[in-house]
Write a protein that binds this ligand. Structure first.
Ligand code: 13P
Ligand code: SF4
Length: 303
């Protein structure tokens, strides 16, 4: 059944000049069939440059929406339009206005995990793989970092020369990882290195050997001579980690981090949207143009 679906997907993809993008948190079967699998920054760059007629984005809504903003002439589809990142909504335009009134030189730095409406009110977007270098490069002294307080405080630690104002939002999946569970894993596997996504809370970052975006964690494992790793991020990364490193061992916190929104991407739904071209992402032109400015600035500064 699955094999038949995969054959149909590949056939339709070719016929329609479509390209499939997948985040590392999407289910294994999706990563397996995708043309490009990566972290948020890599996927944004792929979406920007794509020459395909249709982009099928297997991730969460802000990712598909960013692809549409960056490449408006393409048809951008998602297997499930309800796959949404709760953190993307955890900031407010009112609070941005309040901060702008308070600080004359304020830069609003917006994690890409955010709605187009929030991006449109921001000065620059960042992802977890470029946030530190982009914030460092800004001329502004005062930075309002939205929506993720955990990534924001990681940036603040690494850019102490700036005043980073945090916003009260976070990823519920990463924030649910506890230091207690990570320490338990470490006790059971004392030789394992702890690798952590910066969306986790500071107490996890403090006991980690390496902190990075999903792609950075994957690259770190590939280069490491260590054989065992405790992975503090969503467990979808295991597919790539095991594929790249069949002899290495990977452990996740006992309460396994699972993003239910990412898991809404299935082969059935992917096939359905390729067939019907339903679930197209639309962004009104005015909003699109405003949200493009900080996204473009990110791509420029991160070059
Ligand atoms: P990265 O893949 O950019 O590390 O982002 C993690 C994430 O939570 C995406 O939603
Ligand atoms: Fe959003 Fe967290 Fe899911 Fe990433 S893992 S899409 S930040 S809820």
């Amino acid at each position: 059944m699955k094999e038949q679906m995969k054959t149909e997907i590949l056939k339709l993809k070719k016929e329609k000049n479509a390209v499939i993008l997948s985040h590392y948190y999407a289910p294994d079967e999706i990563q397996e069939i995708a043309d490009y699998v990566g972290d948020s920054f890599y996927l944004a760059k792929v979406a920007r440059k794509s020459t395909a007629d249709i982009i099928v984005f297997c991730g969460v809504y802000f990712m598909g929406e960013s692809a549409k903003i960056l490449n408006p002439d393409k048809k951008v589809l998602m297997p499930d339009l309800t796959a949404d990142c709760p953190m993307a909504h955890m900031a407010s335009i009112g609070k941005i206005e309040e901060m702008r009134n308070q600080y004359e030189d304020l830069a609003v730095v917006c994690y890409i995990n955010s709605t187009a409406g929030l991006k449109a009110e921001s000065d620059v977007c960042v992802t977890s793989s470029n946030a530190i270098s982009i914030v460092k490069s800004l001329p502004n002294q005062n930075i309002f970092f939205i929506p993720d307080k955990n990534l924001g405080s990681f940036v603040a630690e690494n850019v102490p020369e700036k005043n980073i104002i945090l916003n009260d939002g976070c990823c519920p999946i990463h924030a649910a990882i506890t230091a207690k569970e990570v320490k338990e894993e470490k006790q059971q596997h004392p030789n394992a290195l702890v690798l952590t996504h910066p969306e986790c809370e500071a107490e996890i970052l403090d006991i980690s050997d390496y902190i990075g975006s999903t792609a950075e964690l994957i690259a770190y494992v590939l280069e490491s001579t260590c054989e065992e790793f405790i992975i503090c991020t969503e467990y979808g990364v295991e597919f790539k980690l095991m594929g790249d490193n069949p002899t290495k061992k990977f452990y996740f916190p006992k309460t396994c981090p699972c993003c239910s929104d990412m898991k809404l991407n299935t082969l059935e739904k992917l096939l359905h949207v390729l067939k019907t071209e339903e679930n197209e992402i639309k962004v009104n032109d005015e909003l699109r143009k405003s949200a493009l400015v900080p996204l473009d600035r990110m791509l420029e500064l991160a070059r």
